[in-house]
Design a binder for this molecule. Structure first.
Ligand code: HPA
Length: 269
């Protein structure tokens, strides 16, 4: 694994002039951020050695380097989900590579179903913690060069970055919620009983991504900021049929405020 990470990072360094300070995983709601990146240098995942090979046609993904405001960034357009059949080492490999490229912060976005009755569809939720219900990406041999065997998770989501987000959101007049993200494998959405269960165990929202990448970022000692768009509600009395299309539609509608929030946050780092 170590050789693969180094090989991939060396390849990227040989092709790309930008030295990224910030890694961004462009999930639902941040797709539009790509258009704000200046002086872009782009690598297709398919051309990057050791990157997972996409099975879905037309969704290969790209790694985009460039300047977002005053910061150099590396942005993943397209992430790898466990439910697609990738193993957890593949899902999180890009985070290992971004660490090798020396990023100082990781920003992540996603879509999720709200189980907190105070939430509304279209809300942005800053992750203050998570509950992991997926296989842990750190299972198996631990490489001390990458991080510790028994990882502390008392501050999975950087309090400093959350404070910056709160300040920025207030300045921009963007309403934000805070909450605990329950990470499940998917690909099924939840039954009403599962939504209720996730609320009872302390969740505010549930989704199918983010947690593996966050665990590996923390293993790599990278501070993380993650934000979710509540695209549907798993709240008793408000549960309606969910579809991928609906999730995408609500996600797209929240894109402008999410993009502005992140862009302005970077200026404060
Ligand atoms: N459940 C799980 N994942 C999701 C949901 C949901 O309701 N909405 C968007 N991603």
């Amino acid at each position: 694994m170590l050789e693969n990470i180094k090989e991939t990072a060396n390849f990227i360094c040989s092709k790309i002039k930008t030295k990224p300070e910030i890694g961004i995983i462009l999930g639902t709601g941040l797709g539009g951020l790509v258009n704000k990146i200046n002086n872009q240098e782009i690598l297709e995942y398919a051309d990057i050695p050791n990157f997972p090979v996409s099975t879905v046609e037309g969704h290969s993904g790209r790694l985009i380097f460039g300047e977002l405001g005053s910061k150099n960034v590396a942005a993943m357009q397209g992430r790898f989900h466990f439910y697609e059949g990738y193993d957890m080492k593949q899902v999180t490999f890009p985070v290992r590579v971004m660490k090798e490229l020396n990023i100082k912060y990781l920003f992540v976005s996603n879509a999720s179903g709200g189980v907190n009755p105070d939430f509304e569809t279209g809300d942005l939720m800053i992750l203050r913690d998570h509950i992991n219900l997926m296989p842990n990406p750190l299972l198996g041999k631990n490489y001390e060069e990458l991080g510790v065997r028994f990882l502390d998770m008392s501050e999975a989501y950087s309090k400093k970055l959350i404070a910056v987000a709160d300040e920025t959101a207030a300045e921009l007049g963007i309403k934000v919620q805070h909450g605990v993200y329950v990470g499940t494998t998917g690909p099924t959405f939840e039954t009403p009983s599962e939504y209720r269960y996730f609320r009872i165990i302390g969740g505010d929202a549930v989704g199918m991504s983010t947690v593996p990448e966050v665990i590996v970022a923390r293993h790599s000692n990278i501070p993380v900021f993650a934000i979710s768009i509540i695209t549907d509600l798993g709240v008793e009395g408000k549960i309606i049929e969910v579809s991928h299309e609906e999730v995408q539609k609500v996600g797209a509608a929240a894109e402008v405020k999410m993009t502005e929030l992140i862009r302005n946050m970077l200026e404060k780092l």
